[in-house]
Structure formats: structure tokens, C-alpha cells
Design a protein around this ligand. Structure first.
Ligand SMILES: [Zn+2]
Length: 293
């Protein structure tokens, strides 16, 4: 919860609508990223256009969520259906920003986590569409991780403004986070790959866990630290198992993108992973006889 100098009712009332508004506006840009990045199109050059008839999107049509509802999900020019995914991504990003600032303090770290979760939305949807992890987006996570790691290491850290002071596990938590899930994932990928090739040399599937899925856990783990990363992997694997089961029942296809499940896992792990892990460690190390000794 917000418990620093901003904790005052008026601030709350003003703060969350603004956060949500920023969230959906950035969500609108995420739609552009999700659509254009895999197609190799520029993110900034051309104005948005209808993907069917090419009609330019009018100024009144770019208001996040509202425009889609006003247009009843159809292009103003050709009447072609506009995917409900657009307003869903916008709303999702807005809601995630509000949740993030509610769970974490309002500081640089929570701000960076918001951007991290936006990157996860892009990675998840692009992987869902193309079965590829976008390397530029993964690189962005590493860039986001650097200030979070470096800032608390500065000698004058405790004289800095409150906005720049946040709880952090320290350098080792981040470095272990980089390898604690990614290395096991890499090894499972290698070994399962050898088994798959041995059984069926013509198989389309090259490895059990793709390199992209290994890299998202490496970059994500570097940012959120080892405790949160382990919990994220746990969530991700459970979500993937459910997705795999549903996809098998619906289409009979057992191959599906692991990335979106890991992205959702990293979101929950990033927010609650440290607390869950501390709680778990406390249970494991709890000694009921301690008081009697
Ligand atoms: Zn159109």
C-alpha cells in the first residue's frame, strides 16, 4: 500500500484515475508494438490505419477503449470487425498499473515494474501470435533492470529523495535471479531436445523448452530477483499446464506458446513472489519446539 508522503485521501482520488488513464494510453501504444514489431514495420512513422481497407484512423477513433465501444468494434470506413483484443490490451495495461501501485509503494521501482509488465504484455501477445520471443523486448527488460539494481548500491543512496528509495534484495538476489530458473530451463531444453531428436529426427519440435522461454526467465529474473523468479516459474508452469490441457482438448494439438504463461507468471511473481517465498521459507524453517528449549 502507499504509505509514504503521498498517503492522503485527495491524493488517492486524484492518483488512481490518472494512473489508469496513463495505463490505457500506453496500452494503446502496446497494440501498435504487438502488431507492427513482428511485421518489421516502424513503430512511429505511419499513422495507424485499418488493416483491411487501409483507411486512416481518425482523431476521434484513437481514444483508448472508448473509441472501440463507440465504433461498436467496426472500422468507420469499411465496417470490417476490429479485434476486441485492442481495447482488452488497453484496459489490461491500465488495470495492471493500478494494481502495481496498490501493491507496491509509489517509487521508481514500482514505476519500472509497470513498464516491465507492459513489456510482458507485448512479449506474451507476440509469442502467442508468432511463437517467437522478441529479442528487442527482452533486451528492454535488461535495460529496465539496471537502475533498479545499481541505485541502492550508490554510497549516497539514503540521502536521495524518497521516490528513489525502495526495498530491494541487493545485487546477489538479482544475479541469482538471472540464472536460477533460466539455467534449469536451458538444461531441460537441451536434454529434451536430444531425446526428441533421437526418437523422431524429423520432428518439428526441436526442444522441450524454447530458448526464448529461457531468456525471458533470465531477463525477468535479473529484474525481480531470485525469490520472485522461482515463484514466477512455478505460476508459469501451472498456467502452461492448464493452457496445454485446454489446447489439447480443443484442437488435439499439444504444441503451444509457453511464453504467455511465463509472462503471466512473471507478473504475479513480480508483485507477490518475494512475500510468498518468505512465507514459504518461514514454514520450512519453523521449529515448534523452539519455545520449549
Ligand atoms: Zn477499414
Amino acid at each position: 500500500m502507499l504509505h509514504n508522503e503521498y498517503m492522503d485521501m485527495q491524493f488517492y482520488i486524484m492518483f488512481y484515475p490518472i494512473v489508469f488513464f496513463y495505463g490505457i494510453c500506453i496500452g494503446s501504444f502496446l497494440n501498435v508494438v504487438i502488431y507492427r514489431l513482428p511485421r518489421g514495420e516502424s513503430l512511429i512513422k505511419r499513422a495507424s490505419h485499418c488493416t483491411t481497407c487501409g483507411a486512416k484512423i481518425r482523431v476521434v477513433d484513437i481514444i483508448p477503449i472508448v473509441s472501440w465501444l463507440m465504433l461498436k468494434g467496426k472500422c468507420h470506413s469499411c465496417g470490417e470487425k476490429i479485434s476486441p483484443r485492442y481495447p482488452i490490451v488497453e484496459a489490461l495495461n491500465g488495470i495492471i498499473y493500478v494494481i502495481t501501485f496498490t501493491v507496491m509503494d509509489f517509487n521508481l521501482k514500482s514505476l519500472i515494474y509497470c513498464l516491465f509488465f507492459s513489456v510482458l504484455i507485448c512479449l506474451g501477445f507476440i509469442d502467442w501470435d508468432t511463437m517467437e520471443m522478441d529479442l528487442r523486448m527482452l533486451g528492454l527488460i535488461v535495460v529496465l533492470a539496471l537502475p533498479v539494481i545499481i541505485l541502492p548500491m550508490l554510497p549516497q543512496y539514503y540521502n536521495m529523495p524518497e521516490f528513489l528509495q525502495y526495498e530491494d534484495g541487493g545485487l546477489w538476489a538479482h544475479l541469482i535471479g538471472l540464472v536460477c530458473v533460466s539455467v534449469p530451463f536451458f538444461l531441460i531444453g537441451e536434454i529434451s531436445g536430444m531425446i526428441i531428436r533421437k526418437r523422431n529426427p524429423e520432428s518439428e519440435i526441436r526442444r522441450g523448452i524454447e530458448l526464448g522461454d529461457t531468456l525471458i526467465m533470465a531477463a525477468g529474473g535479473l529484474l525481480i530477483g531470485w525469490k520472485a523468479c522461482v515463484v514466477s516459474a512455478f505460476f508459469g508452469i501451472i498456467i502452461a499446464a492448464v493452457m496445454g490441457l485446454v489446447s489439447k482438448l480443443k484442437t488435439g494439438e499439444s504444441r503451444f506458446a509457453f511464453g504467455p504463461a511465463l509472462a503471466v507468471g512473471l507478473f504475479f511473481g513480480g508483485l507477490f513472489g518475494d512475500a510468498i517465498m518468505d512465507w514459504y521459507i518461514a514454514i520450512l524453517t519453523y521449529n515448534p519446539y523452539e519455545m520449549l528449549q
